[in-house]
Ligand binder design. Structure first.
Ligand SMILES: Cc1cc2nc3c(=O)[nH]c(=O)nc-3n(C[C@H](O)[C@H](O)[C@H](O)COP(=O)(O)OP(=O)(O)OC[C@H]3O[C@@H](n4cnc5c(N)ncnc54)[C@H](O)[C@@H]3O)c2cc1C
Length: 451
């Protein structure tokens, strides 16, 4: 490897940052040099780690520290507030790099096609998550007028949304929750949040820790229903999986625990498939169809029994979905960039110089840690393809900054991110809080650029 390898990474979420880290180490191990430019649409890095993970999940701070170390390692340049497809396009990258790794993740809700899903009062989880995490591109106000709320889905995002909505907001105060979110939640009249899943209690996609945490919420009773248990003849076999066993034990505890007359309740309903959102002009109820395991025990079928739950808001947490990346093939059905082990495919042929990693590569499932093994696989392909790289112009350190400046893009860099990070922590300090996030995009840019 003689010439310094120049790689663009689009998306500074965990997948993009881990890819940069692994690339840097692998190239060094081969005795080569690499320069990595990270293009990020938001003025701050970390993707869903900053704008997806719930504010009361501070245990990921260790991950953030590791991501920051990569950014500060000196090999990576960050161009924040730069949107691929608008501010910079594939042709530009081809002129300046040997290849590109797309790590653009997923930001939208997957659709749920049931009648009434578009009624006012029915929302996607991704939107409320963006609101409570202080995403700069969503409105600062969120309508919280419902006393009874339905959350559709049995994954961790459903639990996050249910927990944030049912939790007493004072208990969120020590976290990074933005002030407008705290005020919004404080005014919420919520008393009951109902979470619906179409499978049985042992078919959930929750992780045990996230489920157990619900039982520790102050002044919130966990409600599960006897009729949902012992339905599936496969339960004993399912419990051989350790994770499912822990989930089963947690649910059993709530089944047998006395309800404590808390002022708020979180209900878990299993075997309940959403059938329709009902209401005259806005959400008034959710109708579900009861389900059961099929006789052969391998699937799920509707029983025809319909039940209605009066709710004034519905949140669907049925998965995230990625957006197409301009100029790059996209699988509309799976919501991913088609790829083989990270090599982007144009039909049956690899697209030279173009790679993908993270949620845009394999779909929106898995924890932050999974994006690391993902990145490793992608980097292996990239390094193996040394005959099919792009042939860029000779290197000039200022070429890309000059291009962005010419286009009037106010980009933010790593020093700017450190400035914003410290500014946010400084805002939090007098109030004994970890940080107070700067939410408006122009203010984030102003602080980052020291303007
Ligand atoms: C609500 C929610 C809560 C979660 N909680 C946890 C948790 O507690 N613990 C855990 O381990 N995992 C959690 N996860 C999963 C974790 O967030 C993901 O595994 C991880 O963020 C995926 O990483 P990624 O880099 O592929 O995508 P993202 O994190 O989505 O990063 C993609 C980045 O690309 C940028 N981008 C997109 N398009 C463009 C463009 N055109 N130009 C430039 N940049 C672009 C985006 O702005 C973003 O910064 C959660 C996920 C969600 C949705």
């Amino acid at each position: 490897m003689s010439e310094t390898l120049r790689i663009a990474v689009v998306g500074a979420g965990p997948a993009g940052i881990y890819a940069a880290d692994i690339l840097k180490k692998e190239v060094a191990a081969r005795g080569g040099d690499v320069l990595i430019d990270l293009f990020e649409h938001l003025p701050a890095p970390y993707g869903l780690v900053r704008y997806g993970v719930a504010p009361d999940h501070p245990r990921i701070t260790g991950i953030i520290r590791a991501l920051r170390e990569v950014l500060e390692s000196g090999v990576v340049r960050l161009f924040g507030n730069v949107r691929f497809g608008e501010d910079i396009v594939l042709d530009d990258l081809q002129r300046h790099y040997h290849g590109v790794i797309f790590a653009t993740g997923a930001t939208k809700d997957a659709p749920l096609d049931i009648p009434g899903i578009d009624l006012p009062g029915s929302y996607g989880a991704a939107d409320v998550v963006s609101w409570y995490d202080g995403h700069p591109d969503v409105p600062r106000e969120w309508p919280l007028e419902a006393k009874e709320i339905a959350v559709i889905g049995n994954g961790n995002v459903a639990l996050d949304v249910a927990r944030v909505l049912v939790k007493h907001p004072e208990d969120l105060l020590p976290t990074e929750v933005p002030p407008n979110v705290y005020e919004g939640l404080k005014a919420s009249p919520v008393t009951d949040v109902h979470v619906f899943g179409r499978r049985g209690p042992l078919g959930v996609k929750f992780t045990p820790l996230e489920l157990r945490e619900l039982g520790e919420l102050r002044d919130v009773d966990m409600i599960v229903h006897d009729e949902d248990f012992g339905v599936d003849p496969n339960e004993e076999r399912q419990k051989q999986n350790k994770q499912i066993l822990v989930i089963s034990r947690t649910l059993e505890q709530w089944r047998t625990r006395e309800v404590r007359q808390a002022s708020r309740r979180l209900h878990l309903h299993f075997w309940s498939k959403p059938d329709a959102v009902l209401g005259d002009g806005r959400v008034e109820a959710l109708r579900v169809e009861r389900t059961r395991p099929t006789d052969d025990g391998t699937g799920l079928e509707g029983t025809g029994e319909l039940r209605e739950f009066p709710v004034q808001a519905v949140y669907r947490a049925v998965g995230y979905f990625s957006s197409p990346v301009p100029g790059v093939p996209f699988d509309e059905l799976r919501g991913v960039i088609p790829n083989e082990a990270g090599r982007v495919m144009d039909g049956h042929r690899p697209l030279p110089g173009v790679y993908a990693t993270g949620w845009i590569k394999r779909g929106p499932v898995g924890l932050i840690g999974h994006t690391k093994s993902d990145a490793k696989e992608t980097i292996e392909q990239l390094l193996a393809d040394d005959n099919s790289r792009w042939e860029p112009q000779p290197y000039e350190a200022d070429a890309v900054p000059a291009l962005l400046a010419e286009r009037g893009v106010a980009w933010t860099d790593i020093a700017g991110w450190i400035r914003l990070d410290e500014h946010e922590m400084g805002l939090g300090e007098p109030e004994g809080r970890a940080r107070i996030k700067v939410v408006p995009r122009d203010e984030m840019i102003r602080v980052s650029r020291g303007e």
